[in-house]
Each structure stands twice: as structure tokens, then as C-alpha cells.
Write a protein that binds this ligand. Structure first.
Ligand SMILES: *[C@@H]1O[C@H](CO)[C@@H](O)[C@H](O)[C@H]1NC(C)=O
Ligand SMILES: *[C@@H]1O[C@H](CO)[C@@H](O)[C@H](O)[C@H]1NC(C)=O
Ligand SMILES: *[C@@H]1O[C@H](CO)[C@@H](O)[C@H](O)[C@H]1NC(C)=O
Ligand SMILES: *[C@@H]1O[C@H](CO)[C@@H](O)[C@H](O)[C@H]1NC(C)=O
Ligand SMILES: *[C@@H]1O[C@H](CO)[C@@H](O)[C@H](O)[C@H]1NC(C)=O
Length: 497
């Protein structure tokens, strides 16, 4: 997920909001469906770019979507042949909309130079990220189309418009259906005219429309959403739309867009699914089993050689959300937000997933990852749980580091109070590269151990070595996790004290 995603799907009501990603099914080749991945870099310790590109290649992944023109990612992608979509964050839409020369500078600095000097296979520019989300209150409505037009003009001027197509990743809340079935699909009334202008511009220039679809969010936001309908293994009360049968919300959502386009005279638009996936932690519905069920179901659905009821011959192009966990993402959407990866923070596979892109038939771990020493920071055995300093220490640790694996329904919900405190301490210690002073909480309540405190599904991590090249990019856009941490800290403090 790029930023915030909201979804208010009632069952059967296709005005849902669901977000999706892209997969590039080269090897399946059944009907040209393809699977790519979103490579986000909001981690405190991003994997080195060359290791990530090795990971992509070893896993047969040939399409990648970036949220920004991260220099370290783009340089590593040079000469790899991997197709790249480069994102433009929403906060650049205003300057890019006002002035075509700003768009020309953007293309020159953030795109052409990587194509010409590094041999990066750039194929798309994603202008903005879900700029028409209802929760953004129309902030970007007036500037998105002019920014899109200016970027397109700049691509033409740079001689790249044949190779590089523009698009806008849209949240699925840009369309809705009043009849509760896909055939009633149309664009949201407050942006109806705007959407038609955008679709016409994309259509005139041979560019795709990109949509993010998130069944997980439907389930997260609506306790009455039928879980089976979020997945792909059949559903006992399928939706009937004039003889077309829907057993999963992905197809229904996708076809609501197809109908919205068709109703307005654009039946032939190419559709990319810019984000789709399932998180593995931070919520009761987020775990490796459900993530595997969803992602494997999606892959099998794509590889079965069928499209959706409205586009039965496909192709369906998706970019999975996401490649690797990001421990510095904003948790405003929910604690699950840092856990969308099909790979852990260190690139190790989270679960058995056959993307159908390699002979191995499972995710392959990366090569050459360097870890810090095998040691952890935990609560000292002599510490008194009634010590008031524990609460403030835990608050501090979780305020700086990532404690989203603690709490109801998470991977570390099995921990007792001491385990919770240790988890917080270790999270901070690893985030601080195991510096001695990062395990010196007051009055000796913390201690370094070489005995792995991991228990059951709860993993106490050893962080990887920081990549200096990647650190540069971390000055880029990050939103604050502050509110969530306050909230989480409140829970822990109340529990502990
Ligand atoms: C994490 O994100 C915050 C802003 O949300 C940013 O200030 C900080 O530099 C980031 N930390 C790292 C290590 O990337
Ligand atoms: C290139 O992209 C970065 C990251 O989005 C942005 O901060 C910068 O302003 C862009 N450069 C130009 C010249 O537009
Ligand atoms: C949108 O409006 C609501 C209600 O007025 C407000 O709470 C929210 O902060 C606004 N969001 C943005 C992104 O401006
Ligand atoms: C859509 O494109 C196909 C193939 O290019 C063409 O045969 C068909 O007539 C088009 N349909 C419409 C409605 O434009
Ligand atoms: C551990 O922390 C979590 C999240 O703050 C809390 O829900 C849980 O009750 C705590 N467990 C114990 C035994 O204190």
C-alpha cells in the first residue's frame, strides 16, 4: 500500500475499496497474465539494492514498481532487464502541474539519466499515488491531470514516450456501483468528469489505467465481510450479475472498473493492478497462513488461463504488494502496514509461495545478506516488574523502533509481560545497530544475551548491517508513526504498570 487505504466494502456492495499489486507471469504465458512486485524502501535497514535485484532475478520476477525514483534502487536495476515503473509522490503534483519545465526537470533527473547512463528499463511513470482517495478530501483533484499532461509532454520532448507510458495508480474508491453488482459500475460522482478526462487522455496516448485492490482492507474494515469472499477458493453465496458469477471480491471489483470504463465508452482500456496483497502481522486477519492463501490463490487464479467474467481472456497484470517488509512505514492505516512483504525485512521468504516463475516452485532467499552479531537485548531477570521505569523505557523503545508484532492477534501475542518488555528492548537495540548504549535502560533493567529469546511464532530479530548507500534515500518521504506508537505505548504501559 502506498499510503492510506480505506475500504468500506459491504458484502455484495462493489463500491468497495480494495487495493492490488502486479505480478508478472512470464513463465505461465497462458494468456499473458503477468506478476510484478512493489519494491518499497521505507525500512530502517533497507537491503542493499544489488541484493534485492539478485533476489528478483533468482525468483524470476521481471517487473517492479517503485514509489519514488530511489537512486540506489534504480542504479541496482541498471542492465537487469527488469521492467520498472517509477512513482511520483503526491506532494510533487502541485509543482509538476504548474510548469512543464518542472516536469522536464523531473524526467531528466529522475528518469532519462537512469535510462541513458545506467541502462534501466523504465516502462511506466506512476503520476501520484491514489490522489483521489476520499479521505484526501479532494486535495489533489485539480492538479493531477495537469501534472500527468506535463509529464507526458516531457516524455515526448525527451524522445521516451514510445517506451515509457504514464499512468495514475488509483484507489478502487474512484468507482462504485449503486446496484451492488459490477454491471452498475461507474466513476464516483464527485470526480466523474475528471475521471473521464483522465481516462480519455490515457486512452489517446495508449497508456493504461492502474487500480489498487485490497480485499484485506475490506475484511479489516468490516467485521461482517465474508472472509471466504476475500480469497479465491470458492464462496458459498456467489454474486450473480445477469448470469455472470462472482466467487471472489477481486474479480467483482476489477469488473466494476471494466463496467465503469465501458459505460463511459472506454471498453478497450488496458488495466494494470498496481497493488494487491495480504499482510502477515499486526492484525488478527494478518498472518502467514492467510497471506499464503490469498497470494497463492491469486497466482493460481491468474495462471489458470482465465481472466475475470467480464474479461475472460485476460490478460490480468498485477504488481504484488509487496516485496519486502518496511519497518519504518506509517502505521496510520493499521499495525499491519509494516508487514505486507512476501519476504521478511532480511529477504528471507515468509511462507511457501509458488509464483510459477521458477523451476523451484517456492520463494528463493537472497544471497550475501550480512547480519549483525547473534545477540539480543532483553529484560534483566533481576528487574522488578513493578519498577515504574519499565513503562517509560518500553514507551521510548517502541517510539523509536517497531513494536507492531505485539498485541492482540499478532505473532507475539503469546508473550507474557516480561516477554513483551524484552521484545520492545530488543526491537530498539537492533534498530540502533546493537550499540551498547541502546541496551542500557535505567537501573540495569536490560541486559544483552546470546540466547535467542524467540518463542513460537514470535521472532526476536537480529538486524542486518546498514547499507550506507541506502541510508541516503531515507531522507525521502516518511510519514510519522507517532500516533500509533503513543497508542501502543499506552496499551503496554497499562498492561505493565
Ligand atoms: C523513519 O521515518 C521517519 C519519518 O517518518 C524519518 O524521520 C526517519 O529518518 C526514518 N528513519 C530511518 C532510519 O529511515
Ligand atoms: C526527483 O525525485 C525526487 C524524489 O521523488 C524529488 O524529491 C525531486 O524533486 C525530483 N527531482 C526533480 C528535478 O524534479
Ligand atoms: C479531510 O477532512 C476531514 C474532516 O474534515 C479531516 O479530519 C481530515 O484531516 C482531512 N484530511 C486531509 C488529508 O485533509
Ligand atoms: C477493442 O480492441 C480490439 C482489438 O484491438 C478490437 O478488435 C475491438 O473492436 C475493440 N473494441 C472496441 C469496442 O473498441
Ligand atoms: C503484551 O503487550 C500486548 C500489546 O501491547 C498486550 O496486548 C498484551 O496484553 C501484553 N501481554 C502481557 C502478558 O502483558
Amino acid at each position: 500500500m502506498g499510503k492510506k487505504k480505506m475500504s468500506g466494502c459491504l458484502y455484495g456492495v462493489m463500491s468497495c475499496i480494495v487495493t492490488v499489486v502486479g505480478l508478472n507471469f512470464m513463465n505461465l504465458g497462458v494468456n499473458g497474465n503477468s506478476i510484478g512486485v512493489n519494491w518499497g524502501t521505507q525500512a530502517t535497514h533497507p537491503l542493499p539494492g544489488n541484493i534485492v535485484v539478485g533476489l528478483l532475478k533468482d525468483n524470476g520476477i521481471t517487473k517492479v514498481k517503485l514509489f519514488e525514483p530511489d537512486p540506489y534502487a534504480l542504479k541496482a536495476l541498471g542492465k537487469s532487464g527488469i521492467e520498472v515503473m517509477i512513482g511520483i509522490p503526491n506532494d510533487l503534483l502541485a509543482p509538476l502541474s504548474k510548469d512543464v519545465s518542472a516536469a522536464e526537470s523531473w524526467v531528466s533527473k529522475n528518469l532519462s539519466s537512469y535510462v541513458s547512463s545506467h541502462g534501466v528499463n523504465v516502462r511506466y511513470v506512476a503520476v501520484g499515488n491514489e490522489p483521489f482517495l476520499k479521505t484526501l478530501n479532494g486535495t489533489y483533484d485539480a492538479m493531477t491531470l495537469p501534472a500527468l499532461q506535463n509529464i507526458q509532454s516531457a516524455l515526448i520532448k525527451a524522445g521516451l514516450a514510445n517506451q515509457v507510458k504514464v499512468t495514475i495508480p488509483l484507489n478502487a474508491d474512484v468507482y462504485e456501483t449503486k446496484s451492488n453488482v459490477p454491471s452498475g459500475g461507474d466513476f464516483r460522482s464527485d470526480i466523474h468528469e475528471l475521471m473521464l478526462q483522465i481516462i480519455k487522455f490515457l486512452s489517446d496516448n495508449g497508456c493504461p489505467v492502474t487500480i489498487n485492490i485490497y480485499p484485506f482492507i475490506s475484511l479489516y474494515n468490516d467485521p461482517n465481510f465474508p472472509a471466504d469472499y476475500a480469497f479465491f477458493d470458492g464462496f458459498s453465496s456467489p454474486l450473480d450479475d445477469n448470469g455472470k458469477t462472482y466467487t471472489n471480491v477481486f474479480d467483482a471489483n476489477y469488473d466494476t472498473l471494466v463496467w465503469s470504463l465501458q459505460t463511459n465508452g472506454f471498453s478497450n482500456m488496458t488495466i494494470l493492478v498496481g497493488e494487491i496483497g495480504w499482510p502477515t502481522d499486526g492484525d488478527r486477519n494478518a498472518n502467514p497462513n492467510s497471506a499464503r492463501r490469498f497470494n497463492q490463490g491469486l497466482v493460481n487464479h491468474l495462471s489458470a488461463g482465465k481472466g475475470t467474467p467480464m474479461r475472460p481472456s485476460g490478460p490480468i497484470d498485477v504488481y504484488l504488494f509487496s516485496l519486502i517488509d518496511e519497518d519504518n512505514k506509517s502505521v496510520l492505516p493499521g499495525n499491519f502496514e509494516r508487514h505486507w512483504g512476501i519476504f521478511n525485512y532480511d529477504g528471507t521468504p515468509k511462507y511457501q509461495l509458488n509464483l510459477g516463475l521458477t523451476k523451484v516452485g517456492a520463494l528463493i532467499p537472497p544471497k550475501g545478506v550480512e547480519y549483525l552479531e547473534k545477540k539480543w537485548c532483553v529484560l534483566s531477570s533481576s528487574a522488578n516488574l513493578n519498577d515504574p521505569r519499565i513503562g517509560s523505557s518500553v514507551n521510548y523503545a517502541c517510539g523509536q523502533a517497531d513494536c507492531t508484532s505485539l498485541g492482540y492477534g499478532t505473532s507475539c501475542s503469546n508473550l507474557d509481560a516480561k516477554g513483551n518488555i524484552s521484545y520492545a528492548f530488543n526491537s530498539y537495540y537492533q534498530e540502533q545497530d546493537q550499540q551498547d548504549k541502546a541496551c542500557q535502560f535505567p537501573d540495569g533493567i536490560s541486559v544483552v544475551t546470546t540466547k535467542d529469546p524467540s518463542a513460537g511464532s514470535c521472532r526476536f530479530i537480529i538486524q542486518i548491517k546498514s547499507d550506507p548507500a541506502a541510508d541516503e534515500l531515507n531522507s525521502a518521504t516518511h510519514s510519522s508513526a507517532f500516533f500509533h506508537l503513543l497508542f501502543l505505548m499506552f496499551i503496554i504501559a497499562v498492561t505493565v504498570l
